[in-house]
Design a protein around this ligand. Structure first.
Ligand SMILES: NC(=O)c1ccc[n+]([C@@H]2O[C@H](COP(=O)([O-])OP(=O)(O)OC[C@H]3O[C@@H](n4cnc5c(N)ncnc54)[C@H](OP(=O)(O)O)[C@@H]3O)[C@@H](O)[C@H]2O)c1
Length: 186
C-alpha cells in the first residue's frame, strides 16, 4: 500500500497466489528485469526468456555463481547485430525457454523489439530502477496491490503520469488485488 516492493534485495512478503498469477501472466513471454531482481530469484524464470539489464555483462558472464543461477550460459553482446542478419537465425521469436540474455543498452534493446515486431509478449518485471526507466514505454500495467504496509528500500514509482486513473480489478484475494491500468491517451 505504501509503494514498497523490496527490502534488502528481496520481496518483503510471501503471497503464493500472487506468484501463481505472475507465472500465468508471464509464461511464454520475454521478461525484462534489472540485475538485482534477477539475483533475488532462486533461478532464471523457466519458460520465459530472461533479459537482465546490467552494465557489467561480461563480468557477470564470467562469475560462476551467477552462471549457475542462470542454469545455462548467458548470452552476452552482439545481439543487435545478430538480429539484423537473416542467416544468423537467432531472432527474439526463436529464443528458447529459460534463456538468459545480459543486456547493457536498454533503449537499443527496446528499439530492436519494436523494429522486429516481436509477437511474444514482453513484460517488465522490476525492480525499482527498471520500473522507473521503462514504465513510460509500457502499454499496460498489472499492479498487485498488497493490503499491508511494510518497511522497505525499493519502491514502485509514481505512475499516474503515464497510466489512466481508471483500472479494472482482474484478480482479488484477502491479501492483494491485481489492477489493470492502461496507458493514458496522449
Ligand atoms: N514486489 C515485486 O513485485 C518486486 C518485483 C521486482 C523486484 N522487486 C524487488 O526490488 C528490489 C530490486 O530493485 P532495484 O531497483 O534495487 O534493482 P533492479 O532494478 O532490479 O536492478 C538494478 C540494476 O539493473 C541494472 N540497470 C539499471 N538501469 C540500467 C540501465 N539503464 N542500463 C543497464 N543496466 C541497468 C544495474 O545493474 P548492474 O549494477 O549490474 O550494472 C542496476 O544495479 C529487490 O528488493 C527485489 O526483491 C520486487
Amino acid at each position: 500500500m505504501n509503494r514498497v516492493i523490496g527490502r534488502a534485495g528481496e520481496i518483503p512478503w510471501r503471497l503464493p497466489e500472487d506468484f501463481k498469477w505472475f507465472k500465468e501472466l508471464t509464461t511464454g513471454g520475454i521478461v525484462l528485469m534489472g540485475r538485482k531482481t534477477f539475483e533475488s530469484l532462486p533461478k532464471a524464470l523457466p519458460n520465459r526468456t530472461n533479459v537482465v539489464f546490467t552494465r557489467g555483462a561480461r563480468r557477470l558472464a564470467a562469475d560462476g555463481e551467477f552462471v549457475a543461477k542462470c542454469g545455462c550460459k548467458p548470452l552476452v553482446g552482439h545481439w543487435a547485430a545478430r538480429l539484423g542478419k537473416g542467416g544468423f537465425q537467432l531472432g527474439f521469436e526463436r529464443l528458447g525457454p529459460g534463456e538468459v540474455w545480459l543486456v547493457r543498452g536498454v533503449r537499443q534493446f527496446l528499439d530492436a523489439l519494436a523494429r522486429h515486431r516481436v509477437k511474444r509478449e514482453v513484460f517488465v518485471i522490476g525492480g525499482a530502477q527498471i520500473y522507473e526507466r521503462l514504465l513510460p514505454r509500457c502499454t499496460d500495467l498489472y499492479l498487485s496491490l498488497v493490503f499491508r504496509e511494510v518497511e522497505g528500500d525499493a519502491f514502485f514509482p509514481e505512475f499516474d503520469r503515464w497510466f489512466s486513473d481508471r483500472y479494472e480489478v482482474v484478480r482479488k484475494t484477502a491479501d492483494f488485488e491485481v489492477r489493470h491500468y492502461r496507458k493514458r491517451r496522449e
